[in-house]
Design a protein around this ligand. Structure first.
Ligand SMILES: [Zn+2]
Length: 645
C-alpha cells in the first residue's frame, strides 16, 4: 500500500499514525477529544504540572544552551555527558505541539500553556539557527571541541536517533499547529541521511533505532517516498554486524542477525521495541505481510515470556536489556519507562496492521501499569526503572535510583524518560479509536467525544475503576455502519445492550461488532465485569513461581508496607482471601481491603530442609493499591507478588 494518500490534503489534521490497516485508520487532530475520567485527568496533569516541570528542567540542565553555544561561545561548554541530549528538547516539543493545539480549559491551563509556548518558540528558533548548511544537526558533534566528527561513531553517536525525535516533533508541529518550520529542518537533515546512507550510499545504520518509525511518519507527512524507502533500508540492513561493539555484544544493538531472522526480542529493550515499531510502520506502508507475521511472532514471544505482569520489559540493569525467557526478577526489574512507551508504540502499530484485540489488551496493561507508574501522582517526578518489589532494607543504589533521593526523581543525568512521558500523555487520544467509511472501532476505553467519518459518538466510562462503558450515538448516516467494541480478555462474561435491549451478537476474536442503521441518541451500554482476581506465575518463571498477584480489570495491584499490619514479605494469598477482597469505591485509588494470613519465617536458616514450612500464625488487615500509584506516600517495602498459602 502506498504512503497514506490522504495526508497531503490534510497535513495539519492527521494523527500520530495514519496508515490504513484491516480495521481502518486513526482519526486525526480534534477528531477524538478526552472529556473526562482518568486519561483526561492525566492529560490535564501533563499540561499544568509535567510540561512546565520538564520545560524548567530541560532549561536548567542546559539542553537549550547546547544549541545556543554554537552561535555564542560565551555560553560555555557542552552540558551533559551524552550525544542525544537534543532529543529531550525534541520530545518535549512533540508533547508541547499537541498541548498548544488544544484550548486551555481555565486560567491555570492558560498559564501553563504560556510557558509551553515560550519554550516552543525559543526552541524552534534555536534549532533553525543551529542546523548546518548541509542539513546536519546535532549539538554534541557540531561543537568545535568535540573529540569526534559527525558520523564517526554510529554505535554510540545517536545522530540518527536525534533525527528521529526531531522528525517526530516536526510532524507533530506540522499536524497539530500547521507550523512547518521544524518539518523543513527535519526534512533537510533527513535528505542528508538519504544522500549519505541511501540505496547507493554507505550500508550502515544507527546504533539506537528510532529514526525508522520517524522516517515513515516524515514520509506520510511530506509525501516524500524517499523517507519511507530509507526507513525500509535501515530495517532490512540491520543485523549485518556493522556496528562496532566494544562494551556490549552485537545483540545489544539488535545487530547480531537480521530482524527477519530474530527468534526472540533481544538486547537493549528500548532499542528493540523502537526498531520493531519502525519495522511495523514500514510493513504497514509497504504491505509486507511476511514482515508483519514475523513481528507478530516477536510480539507474542515478548508478551508470553519476556514481559513482567505490569507489561514492563527489560530485566537486566547492566545493559538495560531483555533477559532470557522467563528471566523476570521482580525486585531487579529494570522495566524502563521508555521501554513501556516503546511497547505501546509498537503494539499500536501492530494492532493497525492486524486488527488484533489481544494486542490492545496488552497495550492497555502497559498503559495502566508499566507506563503509568513512571510518573508521580503530582506529575513532577519520574521512575527510570520500575521494579515490582522493594525489600524492607532496600538501599537506594540500584539503577537510576541513587544520590539518596527516594523513589521517583525530578530529573536524571540521562533524562530520556521524563520528556517521553510528556509526549505520550499528550497523544493518548490518538490511540482510542480507528475507523473507515463503514465502521468505527473503539480500541481503548476512556471518556471521549469521537468523530469518525461515519459515526459521531460520545463514550462515557469510569474505566479502569468501573467496567461500564456507554457509547451514545451523536451523528450517523442513513445506512448500516459497524460499531466495534473491544472485549478485553479480563472481562469474562461481558454483556451489552442497545437502547436497553440485550444484543444478539456475540464477541468474536475480542470484538463485539454491532452493525445497525444508527440514529442520534441510540445508546450502547457495555458492561465489562471487573472482579478482583489473582494470577500465579508460569512454572519456569523462577523469580515468581510459588506466588500470586492481584489484579482487577487492567490494573495490577501491590501491597505497600504502610497498608499492611504485618511485614509484606510474610503475607500469604489464598483464593478464598482474594475472593473476600473488597473494592473501596470511596477511595480515589479504589484500594482493595481485606485481611490476609501471616506466616513469619520460623528460622533464620536461608535453606531449610525440604518439607519445612512456615505456618500461618495470625491474620492481618491489608489494603492493596494499584501498582501504578505505589511510591507516592511514605517510602517502604512493596510487593506485587505475595506468597501462596
Ligand atoms: Zn528512558
Amino acid at each position: 500500500m502506498a504512503i497514506a494518500p490522504n495526508m497531503t490534503s490534510v497535513p495539519s489534521r492527521a494523527p500520530a499514525v495514519v496508515a490504513t490497516g484491516p480495521v481502518g485508520s486513526p482519526l486525526g487532530t480534534g477528531r477524538v477529544r478526552l472529556t473526562g475520567g482518568l486519561l483526561h485527568d492525566w492529560q490535564r496533569r501533563n499540561r499544568v504540572a509535567t510540561v512546565p516541570h520538564v520545560v524548567r528542567e530541560v532549561r536548567q540542565a542546559g539542553n537549550l544552551d547546547n544549541f545556543r553555544r554554537l552561535q555564542d561561545p560565551s555560553v560555555g561548554d557542552y552540558r551533559g555527558r551524552y550525544p542525544f541530549l537534543d532529543t529531550d528538547v525534541y520530545k518535549t516539543l512533540e508533547g508541547v505541539a499537541y498541548e498548544l493545539a488544544r484550548d486551555p480549559a481555565d486560567a491555570e491551563e492558560a498559564e501553563a500553556l504560556a510557558v509551553a509556548r515560550e519554550f516552543y518558540e525559543e526552541s524552534v528558533a534555536l534549532i533553525e539557527r543551529t542546523q548546518r548548511a548541509d542539513g546536519y544537526l546535532g549539538t554534541f558533534y557540531q561543537s568545535p571541541q568535540s573529540a569526534k566528527r559527525p558520523w564517526q561513531d554510529l554505535s554510540w553517536g545517536h545522530e540518527m536517533y536525534n533525527l528521529g525525535h526531531l522528525a517526530q516533533a516536526a510532524v507533530a508541529a506540522s499536524r497539530q499547529l500547521g507550523d512547518r518550520r521544524l518539518l523543513d529542518v527535519a526534512s533537510r537533515f533527513a535528505d542528508l541521511v538519504v544522500e549519505r546512507y541511501g540505496p547507493d550510499g554507505e550500508q550502515a545504520y544507527c546504533g539506537h533505532p528510532e529514526v525508522e518509525m520517524a522516517l515513515v511518519e516524515l514520509a506520510r507527512e511530506t509525501g516524500d517516498g524517499r523517507y519511507l524507502e530509507q526507513a525500509r533500508l535501515f530495517v532490512e540492513r540491520r543485523g549485518a554486524g556493522t556496528l562496532e561493539h566494544t562494551i556490549f555484544a552485537a545483540d545489544y544493538f539488535q545487530d547480531a542477525v537480521p530482524l527477519r531472522e530474530l527468534g526472540s526480542v533481544t538486547g537493549h529493550a528500548v532499542r528493540m521495541v523502537y526498531l520493531a515499531a519502525g519495522a511495523t510502520d514500514v510493513a504497514l506502508e509497504t504491505g509486507d505481510d511476511a514482515l508483519v507475521a514475523h513481528l507478530e511472532h516477536l510480539w507474542d514471544d515478548m508478551v508470553a515470556r519476556k514481559s513482567y505482569l505490569t507489561g514492563g520489559i527489560g530485566s537486566r540493569h547492566s545493559d538495560e536489556a531483555f533477559g532470557d525467557r522467563f528471566e523476570l526478577p521482580a525486585e531487579r526489574a529494570y522495566a524502563e519507562t521508555c521501554a513501556a512507551i516503546g511497547t505501546v508504540q509498537w503494539g499500536w502499530r501492530l494492532f493497525l496492521a492486524t486488527g488484533r484485540a489481544d494486542v490492545l489488551d496488552h497495550v492497555e496493561r502497559v498503559l495502566h501499569n508499566a507506563y503509568a507508574v513512571g510518573l508521580s501522582e503530582d506529575g513532577a517526578a519520574f521512575f527510570y526503572d520500575n521494579p515490582l518489589q522493594r525489600r524492607p532494607d532496600h538501599e537506594q543504589r540500584s539503577g537510576a535510583e541513587k544520590d539518596g533521593e527516594p523513589l521517583r526523581r525530578a530529573w536524571f543525568g540521562c533524562p530520556c524518560c521524563p520528556p517521553n512521558v510528556v509526549r505520550w500523555m499528550s497523544e493518548l487520544q490518538d490511540h482510542l479509536a480507528v475507523a473507515d467509511d463503514d465502521s468505527l472501532t473503539v480500541a481503548l476505553y476512556a471518556s471521549a467525544a469521537i468523530d469518525s467519518p461515519a459515526l459521531g459518538v460520545d463514550v462515557t466510562t469510569d474505566l479502569p475503576w468501573d467496567g461500564r462503558v456507554t457509547v451514545r450515538v451523536r451523528r450517523a448516516p442513513d445506512r448500516p455502519v459497524t460499531l466495534a467494541l473491544r472485549i478485553p480478555a479480563w472481562a469474562d462474561g461481558a454483556t451489552a445492550t442497545v437502547d436497553g435491549e440485550p444484543v444478539a451478537e456475540r464477541p468474536a476474536d475480542g470484538w463485539l461488532r454491532l452493525t445497525r442503521t444508527w440514529t442520534p441518541g441510540r445508546t450502547v451500554v457495555l458492561d465489562l465485569p471487573m472482579p478482583v482476581r489473582a494470577v500465579t506465575a508460569h512454572p519456569h518463571l523462577d523469580a515468581a513461581r510459588g506466588t500470586a498477584a492481584v489484579l482487577r480489570g487492567p490494573l495490577v495491584y501491590c501491597v505497600e508496607q504502610q497498608d499492611a499490619a504485618a511485614p509484606v514479605d510474610d503475607l500469604l494469598l489464598s483464593p478464598e482471601d482474594v475472593a473476600r477482597l473488597a473494592v473501596d469505591h470511596d477511595h480515589p485509588w479504589r484500594v482493595l481491603r481485606g485481611d490476609l494470613a501471616v506466616a513469619p519465617p520460623t528460622s533464620d536458616d536461608p535453606y531449610p530442609p525440604l518439607g519445612a514450612t512456615a505456618p500461618a500464625t495470625h491474620r492481618a488487615p491489608v489494603a492493596l493499591v494499584p501498582y501504578a500509584l505505589w511510591g507516592n506516600r511514605e517510602v517502604g517495602a512493596m510487593r506485587v507478588f505475595l506468597r501462596l498459602s
